[in-house]
Design a protein around this ligand. Structure first.
Ligand code: KIV
Length: 283
């Protein structure tokens, strides 16, 4: 059962109190319910749904309608955690006006509590405008999957001092722009610590080492439901694919061998009614 609703203020307080934040992704009602029951702090309806739910090669093709559809389903199941709606590629990149409009759509039509978008210094004015419009924003820096092709692929970021410094500058610019927290993806662990120390807002890592203010993983990676590729930073807590495959194989066998459905899964009919029916059929 869900506890009290997590708010942006609770997320910010967690850093002050030294409590690590737990964030996972969800894309539909059953996983929204599960994340709620598990008592996580934050649920992200991430555009990673392009890969792990829609079977796309990346996140670039994900659009506003996909996001709203999935956010609505998660929100129905997820009453306790703060629900973050991910802004899809090109929904905030072309103009600040369009960015505010689309951020508003995710909240008004999808029902999420806050939004997340990718980008650092360059996107600080956009973030500031969305925050000013009354929409809480979570930043996302380091490896930004929507622009992975510009970054040379899904690679660790901040390898050298200049690149690492840029990521710290990105975090500071986002903080100044008013984000309530920042997702930091795929950077060396020592840089993760430096970024978390550089800003007051919570830094939630995914492949950023242990010394940040919380962790986020894509649930389908963590439970082994999606294993086309498993990034180095993913810990698989189970391999749910094998369990599902075993169940499907059992069902297939039972259907072919007619051991399913058994009497316990079938409806009965009074003998009298059956006899009467047979007579009627004979004419
Ligand atoms: O879309 C997503 O799931 C994300 C996580 C990788 C943080 O942005």
């Amino acid at each position: 059962m869900s506890a009290k609703k997590v708010t942006v203020l609770d997320v910010q307080k967690a850093k002050e109190e030294g409590r690590k934040l737990v964030m996972v992704t969800a894309y539909d009602y059953p996983f929204g319910l599960l994340a709620d029951e598990a008592g996580v702090d934050i649920v992200l309806v991430g555009d990673s749904l392009g890969m792990v739910v829609m079977g796309l090669a990346g996140t670039v093709e994900v659009n506003m309608d996909h996001m709203i559809h999935h956010i609505k389903a998660v929100v129905r199941g997820c009453k306790g955690p703060l629900v973050v709606g991910d802004m899809p590629f090109m929904s905030y990149n072309t103009s600040i006006r369009e960015a505010i409009h689309n951020a508003g759509r995710l909240m008004k039509e999808g029902g999420c509590d806050v939004i997340k978008l990718e980008g650092g210094v360059d996107f600080a004015p956009t973030v500031a405008a969305i925050v000013k419009a009354g929409i809480p924003v979570q930043g996302h820096i380091g490896l930004t999957p929507q622009t992975a092709s510009a970054l040379g692929g899904f690679k660790m970021q901040g390898r050298n001092a200049a690149a690492a410094k840029q990521i710290i500058d990105d975090a500071r610019a986002l903080e100044d722009a008013g984000v309530f927290s920042i997702v930091l993806e795929a950077v060396p662990a020592p840089l993760g610590r430096l970024v978390a120390e550089a800003v007051k807002v919570p830094v939630i890592g995914i492949g950023a080492g242990p010394n940040v203010d919380g962790q986020v993983l894509v649930t389908h990676d963590m439970i082994g439901l999606f294993d086309k590729f498993v990034p180095k930073f993913v810990k698989q807590y189970t391999h749910i694919r094998s369990i599902i495959l075993e169940a499907l194989a059992g069902y297939k066998n039972d259907v072919q061998e007619v051991t399913f459905p058994g009497p316990e899964h079938s409806f009965s009919m009074p003998d009298e009614a059956l006899e009467q029916l047979k007579k009627m059929m004979k004419g």
